[in-house]
Design a protein around this ligand. Sequence first.
Ligand code: NAP
Ligand code: MG
Length: 402
Amino acid sequence: MSKIQMKTPLVELDGDEMTRVLWPIIKEKLIEPFVDLKTEYYDLGIKKRDETDDQITIDAANAIKKHGVGVKNATITPNQGRVDEYGLKKQWKSPNGTIRAMLDGTVFRKPILVKNIKPSVKSWKKPIVVGRHAYGDVYKNAEIKTKTGGTAEIVFTDAQGNETRETIMELPGPGIIQGMHNTEDSISSFARSCFEYSLGEKIDCWFATKDTISKTYDQTFKIIFEEIFAKEYKNKFKNAGISFFYTLIDDVVARMMKTEGGMLWACKNYDGDVMSDMVASAFGSLAMMSSVLVSPNGYFEYEAAHGTVQRHYYKHLKGEKTSTNAVALIFAWTGALRKRGELDALPELCNFSDRLEKIVIETIEDGYMTGDLAGICNPPAKKVLDSTQFLDALAQRLKTAL
Ligand code: NAP
Ligand code: MG
């Protein structure tokens, strides 16, 4: 059998710990026997990032800008414990944060559904994709705790030194104050990323804020979304048979519990942080979640939604077998290969990705899975597999299917 040929390399960003152990096994068993895999490899493992003063992360993000599609393994975001553990020069920034800032993107997380794991919300039948704006709001705020009462104000000073002031509150006694911001540029690219994602997946786009209460801040999000939709996407959505729906955040939460799912839920930063964890947990597990960073400039970075699974790695280092679920990592590869196939007009590569994803789902639905899923599936698992056994089971089925 001849292997599927690629035209443009995928930008491959390797990572740390247990996911670094699984990464080459996934390639070796599930991809390389079938695809003449072309990648441009960047080692984002913590040692290499430290050695290069994190230049490797910047190089990798630039490579994604050059080639268009990246696939990223989970990476350690160092805290003091990691600095001591690996003897690092400093607490390097989160690689995801660096890459997101360079590609200017929105992160879309989509649950991977299998029949034998039922969502906790009974009506949910199709995946709910959460698109989280990853810039500003409370994540980049300024806060003051006052010891006494006094006047709390917000002040904006423009380039000429003109001040705009607004009183927040005459505090009668000690209190707390918070100031936050966003930019029209970032909100616009968030809106375009969401509309592009909806079009790509042919699913409706729902967006919500609290614009009745926040008449300037949240309303700006609403207006920007509505204007961009009307000017750039209305016809495209119509042609694709999908719609854009705006409502209040509390209304959308209530409605979400009654839907079948199957839409993109565009969320402001904090809403996305909270709601993506709720959605992931209600659908089963972080290891059954695909995640992609979509930039409005047409770059894509596919990743797993979970971390490096440190606890399993320490077991692995002691020579013990682990039952680590590789599904999200596999879907990062299939997502990236499929996108490469679409961009390079290689239908065989798209078909291969579809086939591999289908086999992953069938294998789990047939009762063969890792321990994390065995705990939540019904009917009970036929066999709980360790990390490599699960990959071997997939490889076996893939060979037979092709
Ligand atoms: P984690 O790697 O997501 O793992 C947390 C727990 O979730 C695991 O201990 C495990 O539970 C379960 N789990 C997660 N993925 C699993 C999988 N594929 N298969 C089976 N079980 C899975 O989070 P963490 O241990 O808190 O973080 C470890 C490192 O990852 C940190 O250094 C953090 O900086 C990094 N991180 C990276 C990313 C990223 O690169 N995208 C995201 C998050 C965290 P049990 O132990 O109960 O089996
Ligand atoms: Mg969260």
